[in-house]
Write a protein that binds this ligand. Structure first.
Ligand code: FE2
Ligand code: FE2
Length: 275
């Protein structure tokens, strides 16, 4: 099963820039690359910060952008999103009984669980008891699952970024829940940090992908300020085979030279000088 993981597209009202670049163009480039290279994907999953300021006109551009894709798209919201504006643009989108944008589906034998970690007017993530109850019901009823979320649940050793991870009062109970079901959670995939980060938490491997827009510079010393730069973006391609996982980072804006080489021993031999 191939899953395309895109994150932090930060769409604006058309004509407005985000961090000095055009987020619509970047997102369109990413989708064009997916169409060209990954038409066999089972899902395209966009893990939040769908818009930059949560405006209806920005969500309208997302509705239009998702036409004519090779497979279904699954959407999560992030701290830059507005739940009501999102639902106005996607009125048939699934919600849980409490109104959170939690949803799940089984694809190729794996439960894909898409979580809503947002809270109004804060950049930090939240995952309250109602959301944990919903997640526990999902985990208790599946054989194995893959979690997608916007926020990093765990601290990452980035003091400024860690201020807007899932808040500590929700992190502890979430860690207890995930630890309880760790044997059936294959991976945790998220965005929010605008950088590739990999590790394990509660005994479960995790990975974050870059933004399609601006990237963050991992600063392990800065205490207050997030630091970013218009570095090259990428999206992720997840190859999931039962409980096994391989993740590729796809630099979809690269337009420089590409070299080809065979893999036989002699293909890499030093060219012999002419005699
Ligand atoms: Fe973001
Ligand atoms: Fe975010």
């Amino acid at each position: 099963m191939k899953l395309v993981h895109i994150s932090d597209i930060h769409l604006t009202v058309p004509g407005e820039r985000m961090g000095g670049l055009n987020p619509h163009r970047r997102f369109a480039q990413a989708l064009d690359d997916v169409r060209a290279q990954h038409s066999d994907a089972a899902r395209i999953i966009i893990t939040g910060d769908l818009t930059h300021w949560g405006e209806p006109a920005a969500y309208a551009t997302l509705v239009d952008a998702l036409i004519d894709l090779p497979c279904p798209v699954r959407l999560l919201i992030g701290n830059h999103d507005d739940r009501a504006a999102f639902l106005a643009a996607f009125p048939d989108h699934p919600q849980d009984a409490a109104g959170f944008i939690n949803h799940a589906e089984t694809v190729d034998g794996t439960r894909l669980i898409y979580l809503d970690t947002t809270e109004p007017r804060t950049h930090a993530g939240h995952f309250c008891s109602r959301r944990r109850d919903w997640l526990e019901a999902e985990l208790s009823n599946c054989t194995h699952a893959r979690l997608f979320m916007h926020h990093n649940a765990m601290a990452l050793g980035l003091p400024a970024e860690d201020k807007i991870a899932i808040v500590p009062e929700d992190r502890g109970p979430l860690a207890a829940l995930l630890t309880k079901y760790r044997d059936r959670i294959d991976y945790i995939h998220f965005g929010h940090v605008h950088a590739p980060v990999h590790g394990t938490w509660c005994g479960i491997p995790f990975a974050a992908v870059r933004s399609t827009g601006n990237q963050s510079l991992p600063n392990l010393n800065e205490q207050e300020l997030l630091q970013g730069a218009p570095m090259a973006p990428s999206y992720g391609v997840i190859l999931a085979q039962d409980t096994a996982t391989t993740i590729h980072e796809i630099p979809f804006t690269w337009d420089g030279p590409i070299f080809s080489a065979g893999t036989n021993w002699d293909d890499w031999a030093k060219p012999m000088a002419a005699e």
